[in-house]
Write a protein that binds this ligand. Structure first.
Ligand code: ADP
Ligand code: MG
Length: 265
């Protein structure tokens, strides 16, 4: 069951800055990032290219550390990657010489399951994403949308509490994107997984999110947090849906010229 009634914070950021060395001096890429993610929430992060979205996900995933500030996952400071918070990339990073099933089983090796348990678990999640007929195919035999479903099954099979998604559907056509967005909502409801999604697609953010964070660049800041108060599943054609799309588009027009953007709207 989806955990929407608790108010436990799964992720907490307080005053998070991130600097990188550039041309011999420190450049601030993220500045004063403050937010909480409550259990059960679906958060999307929107912002133009280079504003620090991937850097922010990397910090939450423990792949890098903040220069300043506090970053907690389930009440503990994040210092390294954890299998409780898994990153899902735009490029699926499947091993081409392994079948679909073996790609998922590989991710389960550190779980210490028996061979049988591991196979059962892998098949369960491949079924969940509708790939029960493709277990023994190789990634090159699948469409992009199917490969991304393998990557989603692989991430879910670890049973993480949080999946960090960095533009996961950007390489897919509109219909595959719509299909996977619905899959994602269904799976989220079934598994209770929290999701933080980086996207450049305003429609996708409104369709999926409980809250949308809008970032500005140089240095990267969260300028606005918008709660999307619409029941799910959402109707893209409904005037309330259009209202949020327009609101977000106006937010970007307010701070930037349109031709600066690389958004789908
Ligand atoms: N490891 C790194 N070392 C130095 N600079 C980096 C590093 N990672 C990202 N940056 C810089 O940080 C800024 C934000 O990058 P990124 O988080 O990838 O943005 P986004 O994902 O929003 O497009 C960019 O200017 C980028 O060049
Ligand atoms: Mg990025």
């Amino acid at each position: 069951m989806e955990k929407t009634l608790t108010t436990k914070n799964l992720v907490e950021l307080r005053g998070v800055d991130k600097e990188f060395a550039k041309n011999g001096k420190q450049e601030k890429v993220l500045s004063g990032i403050d937010f909480d993610v409550q259990e059960g929430e679906f958060i999307s992060i929107l912002g133009k290219s280079g504003c620090g979205k991937s850097t922010l996900l990397n910090l939450i995933g423990g792949f890098d550390q903040p220069t300043r500030g506090q970053l907690h996952f389930d009440g503990k400071q994040v210092t390294k990657p954890s299998r409780r918070a898994i990153m899902l990339f735009q490029f699926y990073a499947l091993l081409p010489w392994r079948t679909v099933l073996k790609n998922v089983e590989l991710a389960l090796e550190p779980e210490g399951l028996s061979k049988e348990e591991s196979r059962d678990r892998a098949i369960t999640y491949l079924k969940l994403v509708g790939l029960e007929d493709s277990l023994h195919q190789f990634p090159s035999q699948l469409s992009g949308g199917m490969q991304q479903r393998v990557a989603i099954a692989r991430a879910l099979s670890i049973r993480p509490e949080l999946i960090l998604m960095d533009e996961p559907f950007a390489a897919l056509d509109t219909f595959n994107r719509y299909y996977l967005q619905d899959e994602l909502l269904r799976i989220k409801q079934q598994e209770g997984t929290n999701i933080i999604l980086v996207t450049h697609d305003i429609d996708e953010a409104v369709y999926l999110s409980d809250r949308i964070f809008i970032m500005d660049a140089n240095p990267g800041v969260i300028r606005k947090k918008i709660s999307v108060e619409l029941p799910k599943p959402r109707d893209r054609a409904h005037s309330d849906f259009q209202y949020y799309r327009k609101w977000i588009l106006d937010e970007f027009n307010f701070s930037q010229k349109l031709d600066d953007l690389d958004f789908n709207i």
